[in-house]
Design a binder for this molecule. Structure first.
Ligand code: HEC
Ligand code: HEC
Ligand code: HEC
Ligand code: HEC
Ligand code: HEC
Ligand code: HEC
Ligand code: HEC
Ligand code: HEC
Ligand code: HEC
Ligand code: HEC
Length: 309
């Protein structure tokens, strides 16, 4: 009994000693924030507005090594008139020698336990050399330390094509600020395709369009497979985010041999009244199919087999 507790105390003392000495050894490589202020007043001031500068929180850089929690121990840099890439200095700019991985590690040291960041290792962004500071800059007023005011501006910097998609006539209300890229994607990585927040495209869509989730009495199989068979997720030049306009959209799968023949025959039968003929025909060309097959996403009506109710 007595032996055991002594051993435990001994172990604790030993661990403590090692941590202490490691910290002491590194300590003289740090210069401290006041020395940075001398030459970097602008950065010194801009960082004060970030949550990172909150001294009341014991987990922040301000409670540890301040500037040097993110930029690494920089005494050599400070003592040598701001020489770059010396000592432990980690710069995030273009002249910095640090790799994307080293830059990210400066942040992950503190943020590895965040659920949102759990899938960062191996994510598409990490794998393509993107690093935290491509999207974040703690030297800003932004509440999430984003480089630009909104996430969408940050993303569009590299994904300009996606930014343009949102300018098409029909688009998810991202430019209007109703939803954001992050509602469908987690830029820090997910275990799903395309950094989607849902396990599949459909699961992502159902988070907001729950009424489209089956099973229905009469399912329409492309709907259960992938919403993106018929819709573009970002924006489209066709109504309702459609990938193609009806009837072409439908005719990709429903060969126009049988039914559309019936359809046009039906119109021809109404030639007794010219105006009816014209309006029916217009509907057939534009969105005729869904005029009748209105339960296009599935039907719960006993006689809804042809998705017409
Ligand atoms: C004696 C002046 C001086 C001091 C003190 C100083 N710096 Fe610098 N620092 C510079 C100069 C000069 C540059 C180069 C700036 C330039 O050319 O734009 C620089 C650049 C940097 C960079 C960019 C590195 C890169 O690779 O692009 C970082 C980060 C940095 N300093 C952080 C710090 C930190 C943190 C401290 C305090 C521990 C500090 N500096 C203290 C003068 C100084
Ligand atoms: C929470 C992490 C963090 C803290 C704390 C921090 N910085 Fe930075 N700093 C960054 C990041 C990230 C960038 C790059 C921003 C960008 O590329 O838009 C940066 C940019 C800079 C730059 C411009 C050169 C470069 O590397 O891009 C200087 C100089 C700098 N910081 C100095 C300081 C000083 C001085 C302090 C303390 C007063 C400080 N930083 C505190 C993360 C931090
Ligand atoms: C010494 C630990 C530490 C380091 C290093 C650190 N952070 Fe933080 N960060 C925190 C703490 C603590 C908070 C406060 C919010 C929380 O997580 O509860 C925070 C908040 C944030 C936030 C959200 C709020 C805000 O003010 O921006 C972002 C984004 C962020 N950090 C990104 C980064 C990035 C990017 C880096 C690297 C350039 C970094 N952090 C480095 C500890 C740290
Ligand atoms: C491709 C862009 C991008 C990259 C790369 C990125 N982030 Fe973020 N991060 C964002 C956006 C956008 C948000 C805002 C999320 C929101 O508002 O929901 C965010 C939010 C955060 C938050 C706050 C999370 C919360 O719970 O509110 C932290 C912390 C954070 N990022 C840390 C990091 C760290 C650390 C890295 C590097 C390992 C990193 N980020 C890389 C775009 C990025
Ligand atoms: C610094 C440039 C950069 C920024 C900023 C950026 N990305 Fe990326 N993103 C990339 C690169 C590089 C790839 C991988 C190559 C590609 O697919 O184009 C990528 C891929 C993606 C993918 C496809 C993933 C896959 O598995 O195919 C999505 C989704 C994505 N980014 C979303 C975002 C979102 C959301 C934001 C903003 C929060 C953002 N990106 C900001 C560079 C960036
Ligand atoms: C309503 C959900 C939703 C929103 C909002 C959204 N995306 Fe997507 N995004 C998707 C889906 C679903 C895919 C996958 C498409 C596929 O597999 O065909 C995708 C694919 C991507 C891709 C990879 C393929 C490509 O088109 O290049 C990138 C990059 C991307 N999104 C970036 C963004 C950015 C940046 C934003 C915000 C400006 C954004 N997304 C907003 C759902 C969304
Ligand atoms: C974060 C919530 C959200 C997610 C996730 C989401 N949507 Fe939406 N969707 C909306 C909002 C908001 C509207 C606009 C509704 C309105 O204006 O009445 C909308 C509208 C639509 C429209 C009608 C567009 C129009 O022009 O009327 C279609 C089609 C659509 N979404 C399909 C999808 C698909 C497919 C997915 C999955 C890739 C998806 N949505 C994921 C929120 C979401
Ligand atoms: C077989 C093609 C097809 C598939 C697959 C499909 N849709 Fe649609 N969707 C349409 C058509 C066509 C319209 C336009 C209906 C109209 O004009 O009345 C539409 C309209 C919508 C609308 C706006 C009108 C409404 O009914 O709320 C939303 C939202 C929507 N779809 C979401 C989804 C979601 C979510 C999925 C996946 C679960 C999906 N769609 C799969 C063809 C499809
Ligand atoms: C990606 C292929 C695909 C697209 C696009 C598509 N469908 Fe379908 N549709 C199917 C499949 C597969 C079935 C089930 C076929 C079966 O059971 O014979 C089906 C079934 C149907 C049925 C019920 C037929 C029956 O006898 O049960 C109708 C009606 C229908 N689709 C209408 C449409 C309309 C209208 C559109 C355009 C808005 C459309 N479909 C787009 C593949 C598609
Ligand atoms: C005027 C109303 C109307 C229009 C417009 C219409 N349908 Fe139909 N459709 C029906 C009715 C009613 C049935 C059931 C016929 C039956 O039971 O014999 C049907 C049956 C179907 C079926 C299943 C049986 C079959 O013939 O293969 C498919 C698939 C279908 N329609 C697709 C389409 C497509 C694609 C379009 C657009 C090009 C379209 N429909 C336009 C009323 C319409």
């Amino acid at each position: 009994m007595g032996f055991r507790s002594t051993a435990i105390v001994g172990t604790i003392a030993l661990v403590h000693l090692f941590t202490m000495s490691a910290a002491t050894a590194a300590d003289d490589e740090y210069a401290g924030d006041k020395s940075c202020l001398e030459c970097h007043e602008a950065e010194y001031n801009s960082y004060q507005r970030s949550q990172h500068a909150v001294t009341a929180d014991p987990r922040t850089p301000a409670s540890e090594h301040g500037c040097e929690s993110c930029h690494g121990p920089s005494k050599k840099h400070a003592d040598n008139d701001g020489e770059l890439n010396v000592g432990g200095l980690v710069g995030f700019g273009e002249r910095a020698a640090a790799s994307a991985e080293t830059k990210s590690s400066m942040c992950i040291n503190c943020h590895s336990s965040s659920a949102k960041l759990a899938m960062w290792p191996g994510s598409t962004h990490m794998g393509n050399g993107v690093t935290c500071s491509n999207c974040h800059n703690p030297h800003t007023d932004n509440p999430k330390s984003l480089k630009y005011e909104t996430a969408e501006e940050v993303c569009s910097g590299c994904h300009a094509n996606v930014g343009f998609d949102f300018q098409r006539v029909s688009h998810h209300p991202v430019p209007e600020g109703q939803i954001g890229c992050n509602d469908c994607h987690n830029p820090h990585g997910t275990s799903n395709d395309k950094l989607l927040v849902g396990t599949t495209t459909n699961e992502t869509c159902y988070t907001c369009h729950a009424d489209k989730r089956g099973p229905f009495l009469w399912d329409h199989s492309p709907v259960t497979e992938a919403c993106t068979t018929c819709h573009t997720p970002h924006g489209s030049s066709h109504d309702q985010l459609l990938a193609e306009k009806a009837p072409l959209l439908c005719q990709r799968c429903h060969s126009n041999s049988r039914h559309p023949g019936t359809l046009y025959a039906l119109n021809a039968d109404t030639t007794a009244n010219d105006s009816v003929y014209v309006s029916l025909n217009n509907r057939a060309i534009y969105r005729g199919c869904v005029n009748c097959h209105s339960a296009i996403h599935g039907s719960n009506h006993p006689s809804g087999k042809t998705l017409a109710r």
